[in-house]
Design a protein around this ligand. Structure first.
Ligand code: UDP
Length: 376
């Protein structure tokens, strides 16, 4: 027993939300876990750090939003939320529009002032584009929902650089993440509960993992000793990439990656909003975050701006987004079959389940897995 030195009940691979919730709940039930994390910190892509008094989200803007009261109550055990409501502004070649698509956007785009006028404009553009029936891809879905003008200025460029492929080759569900509403309401989400933790996200993980029954080893790669871990631990919770677990034996699933560039400025308000999207095709970044606007905190006269650049994924880069198109979804199903045969391994999280999960969905999935595991 070189790895399972303390007779751990679980090896948890990955210290993101799925793994951390599992470890926390297992500890509550008297079970001991070892969490190994390839990166140098806990929290997965939810990780935040404080700089100049500002909570910086190292892996892109994370706004917790959900309709699931159970999940909301659960996460509120570990932090207080600040009531932040995300209201994104889009910059298309210098023209500014409110997102998500709502009466403000329609007014800015067309000068229309009533829901009826807006609906008529969208219908006219949908008909002119020759669209009827079920949309076959993201482009058709977008034009059906909000017309050609908004598609051209606010969606096409952003989407194609974000995903590195044509909008006609992307699944329509991606654009349905964004609300379309005929009211003057700029809230980016429709969910009842929303906010950002007052002390950043990392504090949630520190609390969750604060137990004598949980040990965390960062900078530890599961794959450098996979066979030994499998032999020594009675049960494993694996939250890494499902295809990597199987050594890519059926082929590689595709992911999309992003990278970030941050800069500090001597002001407390650089861009006037937490998130500004750059929706043209030419600007190489998709969005710019100004962190102090997420929780109105930070040292005087300091602000940190982060630009988000989409990039191709390869095995040397972090996998951020699964590409849930038909080809990859079919391949995932095959991996899922293999996973079903691994009786001592639970696969979870965005990468383990190859799903475009939001945080609340990962929380929910982890709580369901806990329920199943400890049902007796
Ligand atoms: N999207 C867009 N224009 C925008 C913002 C989003 O076309 O200004 C599209 C784009 O295809 C994106 C999808 O909507 O991938 C979902 O956006 P969301 O903000 O939910 O993406 P995430 O925050 O998960 O990256």
């Amino acid at each position: 027993m070189e790895y399972n030195t303390k007779n751990y009940d679980y090896l948890i691979v990955g210290a993101g939300p799925y793994g951390a919730i599992f470890a926390h709940e297992a500890a509550k039930r008297g079970k001991r876990s070892l969490i190994i994390e390839r990166r140098a910190h806990v929290g997965g892509n939810m990780y935040t750090h404080k700089e100049n008094g500002i909570n910086v989200h190292d892996f892109g803007a994370h706004i917790f939003h959900t309709d699931n009261k159970e999940v909301w109550d659960y996460v509120n055990q570990f932090t207080e939320f600040n009531g932040y409501i995300n209201q994104v502004v889009a910059n298309y070649k210098g023209e500014l529009y409110n997102l998500p698509f709502n009466m403000n956007t329609f007014y800015q785009m067309w000068g229309v002032k009533t829901p009826e006028e807006a609906a008529a404009k969208i219908e006219e553009q949908k008909v002119a584009a020759g669209l009827s029936g079920i949309p076959k891809n993201l482009e058709e879905q977008a034009i059906s929902l909000i017309g050609t003008d908004i598609y051209t200025k606010l969606i096409k460029g952003y989407t194609e650089k974000q995903w590195g492929r044509k909008a006609t080759e992307l699944p329509s569900f991606i654009i349905r993440r964004l609300p379309v509403r005929y009211t003057f309401d700029n809230n980016y989400f429709n969910h009842r509960y929303q906010g950002v933790p007052v002390d950043g996200y990392t504090a949630i993980f520190d609390k969750m993992l604060d137990s004598e029954l949980i040990d965390v080893q960062v900078n530890t790669d599961f794959f450098s000793h996979k066979e030994e871990y499998l032999a020594e631990f009675p049960k494993i919770v694996y939250t890494g990439m499902i295809d990597q677990y199987f050594n890519y034996e059926l082929g590689e699933l595709e992911y999309r990656s992003v990278r970030f560039e941050s800069e500090t400025f001597e002001t407390d308000n650089k861009q006037g909003n937490a998130v500004i999207n750059y929706t043209d095709a030419e600007t190489p970044f998709t969005r710019v975050m100004e962190w102090r606007h997420f929780d109105k905190k930070g040292d005087e006269n300091k602000t940190i701006i982060t630009k988000e650049y989409p990039q191709d994924w390869d095995r040397t880069k972090e996998a951020y987004y699964p590409v849930n198109d038909t080809k990859n979804s079919e391949l995932f199903k095959k991996y899922r079959k293999l996973a079903d045969n691994e009786k001592t391994v639970i696969f979870g999280g965005r990468l383990g389940n190859y799903q475009y999960y939001d945080m609340d969905q990962v929380f929910n999935a982890a709580l369901k897995a806990v329920e199943k595991e400890f049902k007796d």
